[in-house]
Design a protein around this ligand. Structure first.
Ligand SMILES: [Zn+2]
Ligand SMILES: [Zn+2]
Length: 129
């Protein structure tokens, strides 16, 4: 694929230095990249109507990394992005009085995991999850 076909919104971000300094992050990041490359490879060799990632291995790797980052590196995650509808939805959830302590914890975790995604996946993908 020619790089100039790519929109800025589709570019994979360069991971921050602190991510590469953490063994667990590096391992999960590596897994995510490998899953992504395997899918890209399959896309090239199969008809475009075939889902080359039926098990969403790329997505599970991203989610595992996001969960780890939210749990271990919450203070290093970027702030909510005003231009991102998903960030704004997360912030609203946090600002709304929670129904229960469990719901408050859930909103906090979901928000942190989403903010982590801004560091590891292209902008087009942060909108969806
Ligand atoms: Zn880590
Ligand atoms: Zn966002």
């Amino acid at each position: 694929m020619a790089t100039d076909d790519l929109d800025d919104g589709e570019l994979w971000p360069v991971p921050p230095a602190w991510l590469m300094a953490c063994d667990q992050c590096t391992r999960l990041y590596q897994w995510m990249v490998e899953a992504r490359e395997a899918v890209a490879e399959a896309d090239l060799t199969t008809a475009s109507t075939v889902d080359s990632d039926p098990f969403d291995s790329g997505l599970s790797a991203q989610l595992a990394l996001g969960q780890h980052m939210a749990r271990e590196h919450a203070e290093l995650l970027p702030d909510f992005e005003p231009a991102c509808p998903r960030c704004m939805a997360c912030r609203e959830n946090l600002e709304r009085p929670a129904m229960s302590e469990g719901a408050a914890v859930w909103a906090g975790t979901a928000a942190a995991e989403h903010r982590a995604r801004h560091l590891i996946v292209p902008p087009v993908m942060t909108v969806r999850l």
